[in-house]
Design a protein around this ligand. Structure first.
Ligand SMILES: Cc1cc2nc3c(=O)[nH]c(=O)nc-3n(C[C@H](O)[C@H](O)[C@H](O)COP(=O)(O)OP(=O)(O)OC[C@H]3O[C@@H](n4cnc5c(N)ncnc54)[C@H](O)[C@@H]3O)c2cc1C
Length: 337
């Protein structure tokens, strides 16, 4: 169904005001193929839950909201299960469903907002686990010829908050469904990251189940991250920059206490939040936009910010960090401008 003049305020977690001239909700692969045959929608903005999108103004292009439902088990043996999930399924509802079935694998990815179709785009990750750890394959429709193709994990070229869908296939395809391999037993729980272990211990849990880990992650996230329903935001606004060994050594001579995580290939990941804090931008507010007082990496809308306000503020943050550290922060969010 195509609608006109649809408000996007409730379709983006920043809660900015924007209006779509044309807005289509697609509930099946076939309907998606049909709408993409319509010239007007070929270069539409694809919208899932809008939790990683900034609408700068009212978008010039039409919007396709992908709302394909369904979770089904498609393969099963004694240890594993492979599930196929429609792109429109809410991610956290999928996590809760998987835990109810006793399946492990998604527990660390609890409470990430947004829908399943967007998960492969930036290879969502949290608390030491990324989508690629459970990913089997995903299907998508090419915008230009409406052909459906399926890619396995290798073909998706996953990286840190990155995939082929942000590079070679950017704006070329629409993901329709994702298949994930989960564990029915012999769970491989990852509790070493962040405060998960501490949270489990404080609840006297020494042999945790996937559900226990999920509960711990939910508790930690709820106390640490601002709820977009109360304070508009899109989670981490920038990616943590990764620098080469030589660049890191240069940085270390000027900033002896620079925090870092060594990467398997010898590069160094630097926490973007630390960089932003060092340039005095943690918890500051300019008009209706700011950085969260506990999380320099989370940009927030105090109520009436426009997407353009958020973009200008983010450019200011980028400039300050670049001038001080010679590091250009890359946005994790997607600008529909
Ligand atoms: C409070 C908060 C916490 C967050 N925490 C995390 C976190 O811990 N880890 C993390 O990785 N992310 C996190 N995020 C970011 C966000 O939740 C994820 O990026 C999520 O996957 C976005 O899903 P979405 O459906 O809302 O995407 P949208 O914002 O709708 O879209 C994001 C991008 O994907 C494209 N897209 C969406 N659906 C499709 C599709 N079916 N086919 C092709 N392209 C598509 C859009 O065009 C856009 O470019 C957080 C966000 C918030 C608000």
């Amino acid at each position: 169904m195509i609608r006109q003049g649809v408000s996007l305020k409730t379709y983006n977690s920043f809660g900015v005001v924007a209006k779509a001239a044309l807005f289509a909700v697609e509930k099946s692969k076939e309907d998606l193929q049909l709408i993409l045959k319509d010239e007007r929608f070929r270069s539409a903005w694809i919208l899932g839950g809008g939790s990683n999108t900034v609408f700068c103004d009212s978008p010039k292009q039409p919007i396709i909201h992908v709302d394909i439902a369904g979770i089904k088990i498609i393969e099963e043996d004694n240890d594993d299960v492979v599930i196929n999930v429609g792109a429109g399924v809410n991610w956290h509802e999928l996590v809760l469903w998987s835990l109810e079935q006793g399946f492990g694998g998604l527990e660390n990815l609890s409470l990430i907002p947004g829908n399943v179709g967007a998960a492969p785009i930036q290879n969502i990750g949290a608390y030491g686990v990324e989508l690629q750890d459970v990913f089997e394959r995903c299907s998508f429709v090419y915008r230009n010829n409406q052909i459906i193709e399926t890619f396995d994990k290798a073909a998706c070229k996953f990286g840190y908050r990155d995939s082929i869908f942000k590079n070679e296939l950017k704006n070329k395809v629409v993901i329709t469904d994702v298949s994930l391999r989960l564990k029915k037993r012999n769970y491989k729980l990852n509790t070493s990251y962040g405060a998960i272990e501490q949270e489990l211990l404080s609840n006297n849990i020494s042999v945790p189940s996937p559900k226990d880990v999920s509960d711990a992650v939910i508790n930690i996230r709820s106390t640490k991250l601002p709820d977009p329903k109360q304070l508009g935001n899109a989670g981490s606004f920038f990616k943590n920059p990764i620098v080469s060994k030589s660049q890191f050594q240069k940085l270390k001579t000027s900033f002896a206490d620079i925090p870092h995580y060594t990467q398997p290939n010898g590069d160094y990941k630097i926490p973007a939040a630390w960089l932003i804090e060092q340039v005095g931008m943690k918890g500051i507010r300019e008009g209706e936009v700011g950085t969260h007082k506990h999380h320099a990496l989370v940009l927030v809308n105090y109520g009436n910010a426009s997407g353009q306000d958020i973009k200008s503020f983010s450019l200011n943050v980028q400039e300050k960090v670049q001038n001080h550290f010679n590091i250009l922060l890359q946005p994790e969010v997607n600008f529909c401008c």
